[in-house]
Design a protein around this ligand. Structure first.
Ligand code: KIV
Length: 296
């Protein structure tokens, strides 16, 4: 590169508009103690999925506290029929991209990456190897699905310094075993089993728990019962400690029927960042989700 063609420190980038790293973070970095403070103060935690550098940087700028590199990327980015086909290598690639986007803008978001199907099922040691790959890629926390047999895996990872987010209710990696994308925990027996698993996961050290397609009342009860494991709902009503949506869904990038728990925040916003800011405000102010519309 000749001297004249060298980009200046303040030059924009030709593809997308990620700025050069800003000198100082505008907000305090999100950490586990910070999330606990928010929880104790009754402030809702916001989370969106992110799969690439630009969306991650914009979501961070919009004030989204937690970014999830979800294995939903199999469906929204790779065109797979479910999340079952997503590999660890793919998760590492997208986690690195998201982490670079955050680093570029001195982002403050807490970064969670999904352990994909088959990457933690064999043994606790396999789970540690897979989780380490995601942490090396830039994740602050890993997420795994299911309860019961996963409890000892969660304990094993947490004891080794890896923060873990659990995931109960509709667990997409087991969609074939569950028989479809259905609300879980509807019967007394199923609710009892989920309650037992949730308590076991908190006791094992999980500091976050995604509740997907779980009746609003059960999610609200679990939230009160689990003060150190922050419940993050998706189709689980407004009684959880926080909310998560898949990025493409909340931007209305959906050609089919939208799931009941999704709201298109893009329709009244002038920009992607505006849609994300509207989501953050709606969650913080308790306007989203509306139990009468988005929950069971
Ligand atoms: O993979 C994912 O995006 C998820 C969210 C739906 C919670 O697990």
């Amino acid at each position: 590169m000749t001297e004249t063609s060298k980009p200046s420190a303040n030059a924009g980038t030709p593809y997308g508009t990620l700025p050069p790293a800003s000198p100082l973070p505008q907000r305090r970095p999100v950490s586990l103690p910070r999330l606990q403070q928010m929880r104790d103060a009754g402030e809702k935690i916001t989370m969106l999925t992110a799969y690439d550098a630009t969306f991650a940087a914009v979501a961070d700028a919009a004030g989204v506290e937690c970014l999830l590199v979800g294995d939903s990327l199999g469906m929204v980015c790779q065109g797979l029929p479910s999340t079952v086909g997503v590999t660890l290598e793919t998760m590492v690639y997208h986690t690195e991209s998201v982490a670079r986007g955050l680093y570029r803008v001195q982002g403050t978001a807490w970064l969670i990456a999904d352990l994909p199907f088959g990457s933690y099922h064999e043994s606790r040691e396999q789970a540690l190897r897979s989780a380490s790959a995601l942490m090396r890629a830039g994740a602050h926390m890993v997420k795994l699905e299911g309860g019961g047999w996963t409890t000892e895996t969660v304990r094993f990872l947490v004891e080794r310094g890896i923060p873990v987010c659990a995931h109960l209710g509709l667990t997409p990696q087991t969609v074939h075993a569950l028989g479809g994308y259905r609300v879980q925990g509807k019967t007394d027996e199923a609710a009892l089993a989920m309650r037992r698993q949730a308590h076991e996961l908190q006791d094992a050290g999980a500091s976050m728990l995604v509740l997907e397609m779980v009746p609003a009342q059960l999610s609200a009860e679990l939230t009160l019962e689990l003060p150190h494991c922050h419940t993050i709902g998706i189709g689980a009503g407004n009684g959880t400690a926080g909310q998560v949506l898949v990025l493409h869904d909340m931007l209305g990038m959906n050609l089919g029927k939208m799931a009941r728990f999704v709201h298109n925040f893009m329709q009244d916003a002038g920009s992607v960042r505006g849609a994300m800011e509207a989501y953050v405000q709606a969650v913080k102010q308790g306007r989203f989700p509306d139990n009468a519309v988005h929950a069971w």
